[in-house]
Design a protein around this ligand. Structure first.
Ligand code: PLA
Length: 424
């Protein structure tokens, strides 16, 4: 009796071992280029290691910084006796969306009064990009191609490819001038099929830190208007480019003024330091209020099937700060603290490289803006910096400026000097 049962179990086990997994043909995917850097950095035990990978703000001690205004708002929220944990509406917290629209378009933008602006709260900037892409995959003309800058944020193409879009590059960065290739960019837009979707970084371009000037934006708008292209703005760094929220929203507002229908993705990860809270917003500016209502209804339908409704905590913090003038002013000060420290690090890195007489020109370090600097280091030099100096940055030579501090900027400059001289 007992041995029979044992036999059965043995048979069962051997059958299990013989049966291959349904998923054994799944190819192994490479690790994410940006998040893998953080993981490798964390596992590294070298004392002087430096993480210049992910674009997350750090204070001068290399520590994450919870904005004082965020702490204050959070306390207020938690102490609110009325607070509950009910679901938010499908397209998110209304006061958050309204404030987000005003922040990006300007409070007195006529499009708001004309009721032709709609928004959905999203899973941070990535979710806004995704929901925007998903909406266009359903409702924009079939077969359209999405153009992204060369180079762009590592996640842009995957987001669009995941919902079935073909992606192509438009010229953007010129390695010779370490600046914008405006001629090449305009040519690419001119040669793209009529009605293409053009992904534009609203400000603080990732990874290059090179933005068009206002004159260049006008020329970009001219071609896009002529070719009937659709502007898809990604705005992940409002307040980080110039330290001025309005100036950083200039390009988006200009396109609205020109009469474009467009969408814009906002992230509060960087400018509120709410990385893990996933607070973001997707806004559509449409031609008329009737279309706006239709788009709104479809955003709700798409969102319901994807995430049902967005997370509340981060959105509550942002909403409280944006809707209270005293807290808003405090936030602007906090933003300046971050953007000024980054600018100071640009200056210090530049001065160090000049003092070391590192071959090449380094003006681009201080000319570029926002969270990142595109150093011009080549992949083989990045490899040496990683292995010999334990400094982590993406292979394209992008560094997150916030990872530098008064304690490590000299160390990093010496590492750059070594690879530029000895590994040209
Ligand atoms: N858009 C751009 C241009 C970004 O650089 C990022 C973040 C996002 C959207 C999405 O951010 P969110 O979903 O957190 O709001 N880029 C980071 C992180 C900071 C990342 O890769 O996800 C970067 O290091 O490039």
């Amino acid at each position: 009796m007992f041995s029979k049962r044992l036999n059965q179990i043995e048979n069962h086990i051997s059958q299990m071992a013989a049966k291959p997994s349904t998923f054994q043909e799944v190819p192994r995917a490479p690790p994410d280029v940006i998040f893998n850097l953080t993981a490798t950095y964390k596992a590294d035990t070298f004392e002087k290691k430096v993480n210049l990978g992910v674009g997350a703000y750090r204070d001068d001690n290399g520590k994450p910084w919870v904005l004082p205004v965020v702490k204050k708002a959070e306390r207020e929220i938690i102490n609110d006796p009325e607070l509950d944990h009910e679901y938010l509406p499908i397209t998110g917290l209304v006061s958050f969306k309204e404030a987000s629209i005003k922040l990006i378009l300007g409070a007195d933008n006529p499009a708001i009064k004309e009721k032709r602006v709609v928004a959905a709260q999203t899973i941070s900037g990535t979710g806004a990009n995704h929901l925007g892409a998903l909406f266009l995959s359903r409702f924009y003309r079939k077969g359209s191609i999405v153009y992204v800058s060369n180079p762009t944020w590592a996640n842009h193409k995957p987001i669009f490819n995941n919902v079935g879009f073909e992606t192509r590059d438009y010229a953007y960065y010129d390695p010779k001038t370490i600046g914008l290739d405006i001629g090449g960019m305009l040519d690419s837009l001119e040669n793209a099929p009529e009605g293409s979707i053009i992904l534009l970084h609203a400000c603080a371009h990732n990874p290059t830190g090179v933005d068009p000037t206002q004159e260049q934006w006008k020329a970009i708008a001219d071609v896009m208007e002529k070719k009937n292209h659709f502007p898809f703005f990604d705005c992940a760094y409002q307040g980080f480019a110039s330290g001025d929220l309005d100036r950083d929203a200039w390009a988006v507002r200009y396109f609205v003024e020109r009469g474009f229908e467009l969408l814009v993705c906002q992230s509060y990860a960087k400018n509120f330091g709410l990385y893990g809270q996933r607070a973001g917003c997707l806004t559509f500016v449409l031609r008329d209020s009737e279309t706006a209502l239709k788009v709104d209804s479809q955003l709700a339908k798409l969102q319901r099937a994807e995430i049902s409704n967005p997370p509340a905590h981060g959105a509550r913090i942002v909403s409280l700060v944006l809707n209270d003038s005293a807290l808003f002013d405090e936030w602007v000060e906090n933003l300046k603290t971050m953007s000024f420290r980054i600018q100071e690090m640009r200056r210090r890195l530049y001065v160090n490289l000049v003092e070391l007489e590192t071959p090449g020109t380094w003006n681009h370090i201080t000319d570029q803006i926002g969270m990142f600097s595109f150093t011009g280091l080549k992949p083989h030099q990045v490899k040496v910096i990683k292995e010999k100096y334990h400094v982590y940055l993406t292979d394209n030579g992008r560094i997150s400026m916030a990872g530098l501090s008064s304690k490590n900027v000299e160390y990093f400059a010496k590492a750059v000097d070594d690879v530029v001289r000895n590994h040209p």
